[in-house]
Design a protein around this ligand. Structure first.
Ligand code: PMP
Length: 302
């Protein structure tokens, strides 16, 4: 990519830098988003998926941290479009806007102005023929909202995901799912969890300390009209997860990801279940702009 954005300027990536003294770098006081844009080669169009919803969540995250917001919602959306156009993007990309406590120095309690930056990178779509993941139930529990607001995408919270992810990869698993302190299923390190049971698609409620995923919300909105499946938000126990008919994970970066086993116990014989497969291909059709009925979720860039 030719340009990133930082504090009012579009800069070459090597020049988009912050000081080592920055509050956010020292204390994790930043909020961020992960947004995808999909290139449709037939329509010769780049589509941002649920752009405004991502910035709405970023505003909620900023409020949770008392971060001053440098721009309003519409300006953030406009800046994102400008960044994509300046880079003449014609491929699938991942965009990372980040708003951070920009104060310099060691005073952890003091606040100051916010900085705002955006970088982007090429990111292929992974759902085409995804490999079912071998998932570990982590010994780390998901951060409780009584400690840090779990509904926000706060940089510091990701230490929790990092620890669970490291534990999984050290034991040669692909991904980790974290439980809550009460033993119920929370989420994966950067994805929400769904199970399939008796034609019902079930996912933990927001009260289960999960990040309100935008992919999760999209799946909840398409499962009934597209596949006639009932959608339920309710607490999921560890045993229910391990004995589910299908398990899949959802997230902007990873899309719809089948789970082939949990702690070595196979789910759907280690293969991709039909519901996971259908939802995955529907999702890909929607984000690429192939299903006109979901066009209101897309922002064309050109
Ligand atoms: N949980 C966590 C902890 C995440 O980081 C993400 C990725 N943003 C998700 C869930 C999925 O959210 P979304 O579908 O909005 O990408």
């Amino acid at each position: 990519m030719k340009y990133f954005y930082l504090s009012g300027k579009f800069l070459p990536p090597g020049q988009a830098k912050i000081s080592i003294m920055t509050h956010a770098f020292n204390y994790g006081t930043a909020v961020f988003e992960g947004i995808r844009a999909y290139w449709n080669p037939v329509q010769k169009q780049l589509y941002l998926f649920r752009l405004k919803d991502h910035y709405k969540r970023m505003q909620t995250s900023s409020k949770a941290l008392n971060l001053a917001r440098p721009f309003d919602l519409d300006k953030m959306c406009a800046m994102t479009l400008k960044l994509l156009r300046k880079n003449r993007v014609k491929q699938n990309v991942y965009i990372r806007p980040i708003c951070f406590q920009a104060r310099l120095g060691i005073a952890a309690k003091k606040t100051g102005e916010s900085g705002f930056g955006m970088f982007l990178l090429a990111l292929k779509s992974s759902s085409q023929s995804p490999r079912p993941l071998r998932v570990l139930l982590s010994s780390w529990r998901r951060i409780d909202s009584k400690m840090i607001p779990s509904y926000g995408k706060l940089s510091g919270t990701y230490v929790n995901s990092f620890l669970a992810g490291q534990e999984a990869s050290h034991s040669r698993f692909d991904e980790a799912i974290m439980l809550n302190l009460d033993g119920s299923v929370a989420e994966a390190t950067g994805m929400n969890v769904f199970i399939l049971k008796n034609k019902q698609v079930i996912t933990p409620p927001l009260s289960a300390n999960i990040l309100p995923g935008i992919t999760r919300d999209s799946i909840m909105k398409i499962a009934k009209p597209e596949l006639g499946l009932k959608v339920l938000e309710r607490s999921i126990s560890k045993n229910e997860l391990m004995s589910a008919e299908e398990v899949f994970l959802t997230g902007t970066g990873s899309e719809i990801v089948p789970v082939g086993s949990v702690n070595g116990k196979k789910i759907f014989d280690g293969k991709i279940g039909p519901v996971t497969k259908s939802l995955g291909s529907l999702y890909l059709g929607i984000v690429r702009g192939e299903l006109a009925r979901y066009a209101n979720w897309l922002t064309p860039v050109y």
